[in-house]
Design a protein. Structure first.
Lengths: 101, 101, 101, 101
């Protein structure tokens, strides 16, 4: 799915452990949702947990994006040339997908 | 966490199998995210998958809400009295949480 | 654009003055955005005001939806028949548009 | 509200005319909403227009952010030093406000 070459580590490499921890917790939240539906939990209570899980996923996205801007985009800007434009375009598209999701 | 009594089956009971299937798929998407981060996948590709997972969770929320309005809210409206007002207030609050998440 | 007959007043008729007041304030916020851009205000400060305006519009939408559920949907549920299903479907579609916008 | 010095033109200066045009159209959409409410338009039709207006505002925000990344953030990255970190932090915070609004 990647359309980019990238020899270097991705922008989140420093925080990889923290990101993986958050994703583990989100996986647990989704499993919790399955249990709630299996147990016929009241709809509104299930919805409250879906909103919490969505918020947790958004926080991961914002964290990844933050690291991406701070590393990949800043480095590309310093290297200059077309690569900088390309990275900015790519980041803008990712932000648009996030805002609309 | 539930603040409501509910003797009856929740609104999504007819579609329980479909909702559980979607949640299983979302759990798989979150595990896929973990693998992507472990494998140092390029940030933008991880973000694309996070947006897809968020959209899938939102679709589950809209499905649950739809069933809730069609069953619990409609039944409460028919029963009348304070219960109807309470159910509408509760649904509105859940919608607000969704729109803001 | 309306696909529905509706002889009665819309659900927000009691709060019409309050809704109109909010819309007036939002119109002022949008005019403020125009002035900011004309004056070459710093991008981030313009963005902060765009977010505030979007939140104000969402609050109007949630208010209208709340009134719609409390009046039109509850009344249709009481009247029963196909009308109830139709109103619930229509409300669910409007909620989906809001969540995705 | 601005916490930043900025001697140069803001990032959107090239597209100022296009941004102003969009804002004028959004102002018209908000005035249209006022008329709809004054005329007791059916709630769902008002909601559809609120969603369209919100989407139009989001498009302006994404445009401004795009220009901001392409100009202010890229220039700060090239200049280097603390300014680059500061601009990235500031852009990330603006993105978070957008995603959550």
């Amino acid at each position: 799915m990647s359309t980019e070459h990238h020899d270097a580590a991705p922008g989140y490499s420093d925080d990889k452990v923290a990101v993986l921890k958050r994703l583990k917790r989100i996986e647990g939240q989704v499993r919790g949702l399955t249990r709630m539906v299996e147990d016929d939990t009241y709809c509104i209570d299930v919805l409250t947990q879906v909103s919490a899980t969505t918020k947790a996923l958004e926080a991961v996205a914002l964290k990844l994006l933050d690291e991406h801007l701070a590393h990949c985009v800043v480095n590309a800007a310093r290297a200059g040339g077309e690569e900088a434009d390309l990275k900015v375009k790519e980041a803008s598209d990712a932000i648009a997908r996030l805002v609309r999701s």
